[in-house]
Design a protein around this ligand. Structure first.
Ligand code: SF4
Ligand SMILES: [Zn+2]
Ligand SMILES: [Zn+2]
Length: 307
């Protein structure tokens, strides 16, 4: 069946919406979706916090999602005179991150975007590989990795003086996180998820312009645009807790197209009816924002390693 708008050969059939699109119509629809999401998220954040966005940091790994974010943000920011900087985290995963960062550096040099890289070695004196050998995690390697990544990115974003940070999470990532929070009954975490609508002291707000686009479409967009991205998997990814949620969601989406979008929309409805998150307290040990009254999760888990 040809593209429904212009009768050309299709590149995608979206089961969740019934659209059949040719290459040109797919690009147009994809970019419109990202642009609308980005503008809405920026407007919400700016109006609730009286924040003017002059400088944006893009979390960049060299993979497809962050590469697409960088390209789209590059167009968006240049048209509006906004400064853009790429923020990369080097976890220290041999033969994986070292490779993907080569792609990240090349993208930034091609687009003439400043790039900064911060490593777990700078933060705790050892790479993720070394940490996992020294202190094997009880659950998944992604748990300590997630804590370290959030801290590295927030530190970099603050020192780069950005007003907000854009991450490349797609619809699959986003709906998995929503489902994980639901399954734990963790409504407060659901309400605090990015895209953030409020600025909290010490914490750079994060925006997710790709969150309504499925992972396959982000891949297709990057591929059809001829983007040069890293296509490998982290060697620890097989142990991630979210794998089960990914599997369940793919099955649900297959039987009931639109489930991922429904999870996203449901989460937004819960958020609309919840009060704005209260200000975070400061960690008594490092001074960074903390979810509770005691030390933050970084100090609790890595206080003895911090350099
Ligand atoms: S898959 Fe897990 S361990 Fe690997 S980079 Fe991602 S969060 Fe870190
Ligand atoms: Zn078309
Ligand atoms: Zn702390």
């Amino acid at each position: 069946m040809p593209c429904k708008s212009c009768e050309l050969e299709p590149v995608i059939s979206r089961r969740y919406s019934g659209e059949i699109l040719c290459r040109k119509c797919f690009f147009r629809s994809f970019e419109k979706n990202v642009d609308r999401e980005l503008r809405n998220q920026i407007n919400r954040l700016s109006s609730s916090s009286e924040l003017k966005i002059n400088r944006i940091g893009v979390g960049l790994s060299g993979g497809k999602d962050s590469t697409v974010s960088l390209h789209i943000l590059n167009m968006y920011s240049r048209n509006r005179g906004i400064d853009l900087i790429a923020l990369c985290v080097d976890e220290g995963i041999e033969d994986y991150r070292s490779e993907s960062l080569k792609y990240a550096k090349k993208q930034c040099s091609d687009l003439d975007v400043e790039i900064r890289i911060s490593s777990y070695k700078d933060l705790i004196g050892m790479t993720l590989d070394e940490l996992l050998r020294k202190a094997p995690p009880v659950a998944s390697p992604c748990s300590p990795c997630g804590v370290l990544r959030r801290r590295s990115l927030n530190n970099m974003a603050k020192s780069a003086n950005v007003d907000c940070m854009v991450l490349g999470h797609n619809l699959d990532d986003f709906s998995q996180t929503v489902l994980m929070n639901h399954s734990r009954g963790d409504v407060s975490r659901l309400v605090r998820m990015a895209p953030h609508r409020h600025v909290q002291s010490g914490f750079v707000p994060r925006l997710l312009p790709l969150r309504r686009l499925p992972e396959q479409e982000v891949y297709l967009y990057a591929f059809l645009k001829g983007m040069n991205f890293h296509d490998g998997d982290c060697p620890y990814a097989g142990k991630a807790q979210r794998n089960l949620f990914r599997k369940i969601l793919l099955e649900l989406e297959n039987k009931q197209p639109g489930t991922r979008h429904s999870l996203l929309n449901g989460m937004e409805k819960i958020r609309e009816n919840s009060p704005a998150p209260s200000e975070l307290s400061s960690c008594p040990s490092c001074g960074e924002p903390s979810g509770g009254n005691g030390p933050c999760v970084f100090c609790r888990e890595f206080g003895s390693f911090a350099v």
